[in-house]
Design a protein around this ligand. Structure first.
Ligand code: G3P
Ligand code: CA
Length: 237
């Protein structure tokens, strides 16, 4: 007898990305948060900044104050200095290469958000693309940013890279900009649905991925390509 497979209420088509790893249960943007998310998700989202000595490090804020036992700007600290800091007493700030090593051994998609909102971090686009290619993960990595200049530079550096435009609720030119840089997706907050940009995206093949949805009741009334969540087990398929 063939057993019926139970579908989650949101169907099988909507992909689940772990936002900063399994950040509801583990310290955000750490190797333990990424490892813990892997069994449950289709993708992992993380944030990347650049150290003083030009190393790609995985941390959300421009300073280390909120998430580590240190203080100061990421851009003013060397990798060695950053690695001495503790997160929750035992974790360290990962390098992007460490996470790529983990992703290489899995089958999930990695969404690298280039955190260039306060500092442009000159050269970050090329460094990130080189790192991803070192692991031959170009097909499984999507680069996103709120900074449009970063995305334009990323497209220049990497004609075949997968790109996504990050927005809050969708400025009126979001879709045309996405088309200009050949982005595959727009990453937006749930209020994006129903916006003018939302209407425009229906006329294209550009995907919509929503952040950050932590409760099933907050799922959009319409299926989107993917959601990002801190609460990955609530969305287990
Ligand atoms: O990439 C989606 C989301 O992560 C953007 O906002 O502040 O959580 O990095 P934030
Ligand atoms: Ca992010």
């Amino acid at each position: 007898m063939r057993l019926m497979r139970r579908l989650p209420p949101w169907g099988n088509d909507m992909l689940i990305y772990a936002h900063r790893g399994y950040s509801a249960n583990y310290p955000e943007n750490t190797l333990s948060a990424f490892e813990a998310a892997l069994p449950y998700v289709d993708g992992i989202e993380l944030d990347v900044q650049l150290s003083k000595d030009g190393r790609l490090v995985v941390i959300h804020d421009e300073t280390v104050d909120r998430t580590t036992n240190g203080t100061g700007w990421v851009k003013d600290m060397t990798l060695q200095e950053l690695r001495q800091l503790k997160i929750d007493g035992y974790e360290r700030i990962p390098t992007l290469e460490e996470v790529l090593g983990l992703i290489e051994r899995s089958n999930v998609t990695l969404n690298i958000e280039l955190k260039t909102d306060q500092y442009a971090y000159p050269g970050i686009e090329r460094l990130a693309w080189l790192a991803v290619n070192e692991f031959e993960l170009g097909d499984r990595v999507v680069f996103s940013s709120f900074n449009r200049e970063t995305l334009v530079r990323m497209r220049d550096v990497a004609p075949v890279a997968r790109l996504a435009v990050l927005t809050l609720t969708g400025e009126s030119d979001t879709v045309s900009f996405a088309e200009t840089i050949r982005a595959e997706a727009i990453h937006a907050q749930p209020a994006f649905i129903g916006s003018k940009a939302w209407d425009q995206i229906q006329q294209t093949t550009i995907e919509t991925r929503l952040y950050t949805i932590n409760d099933v009741k907050d799922l959009p009334p319409i299926t989107v390509s993917a959601i990002m969540t801190d609460e990955v087990e609530r969305f287990t398929k």
